[in-house]
Design a protein around this ligand. Sequence first.
Ligand code: RUB
Length: 318
Amino acid sequence: MTSVSLHTAVTQTAHEIETMETRGAAPIAKAAATALKTQAVEPDYETPHSFRATLRAAGRTLHETRPTAVSLPNALRYVLRRIDGETIPEQRSAVAASVDEFIMHLEHAQEDLGRVGANRLKNGDTVMTHCHSTDAIACVETAVLQGKEITAIVKETRPRNQGHITARELTEMGVDVTLIVDSAARRYLNTVDHVLVGADSIAADGSVINKIGTSGLAVNARDRGTPIMVAAQTLKLHPETMTGHTVEIEQRAETEVITEGERAAIGDPQIENPAFDVTPPRYVDAIVTERGQFPPESIVILMRELFGDGVDEPWVEP
Ligand code: RUB
């Protein structure tokens, strides 16, 4: 026997990630790591080999839920790579320690990132935002807490209007907010000091994968000479891109773009709804992380430091 059955904490967590009850980079990562810790503690394992095999199987089950959400494999890699020890108790405590360490790091990362990002914002600055990014908002929040007056031009971000969430959160923290439609962005770039966006993934060449519309905004901002700042915890760094893999772009439901009735009324055209796009590094001035700010072209140095040269998949059977 190489492995014992999976704990319900693992199967339940996998289900919640798959159905998006658990969503967002950091919550997914934390839930997956916590499930591995429960799996390590609970059942009776016969041998150290069986312990490793079961933890790997748990990782595989969790990984299969959202293969493109980079925070998930990053969390699994962090824990599964650290199963040290020759005996089951040693291995158990290695898993528990690495999960605790991972979660502690997660909890401080956004705060640390916010402090780095806030240093780039001056009293009286105006930022333009796209979509809703808690990492980007953390930079503004820290600047506001430091006593800086910040103004925001917030793009609504069709089709799901996540800009509305940004508008609400920034207003609540005392920022003067103006909401605009996406296509008005270029007109306002002359009055903006920073474009400030988040990221879903960062590739090894410094490309930024973020909500659809980010790349067009960045190209326009570069043309206007407005600096583009990307706020992204290191959890967003995509290690597979170090070996040439590309990041899959999620397509979402057509009904996010137009209702069935409206679509029929205009002759039932085909609909495309890509959720994300890729902004090449030449349009990005700085990637702000909890480890400091980086020009996009040098982010690979941080990736190597965090993930090593390899992009092993420790959830896969050897
Ligand atoms: C959200 C989005 C955000 C990034 C960063 O897209 O593109 O900019 O996820 O967010 P969606 P955060 O709403 O489709 O998930 O900084 O909060 O991780």
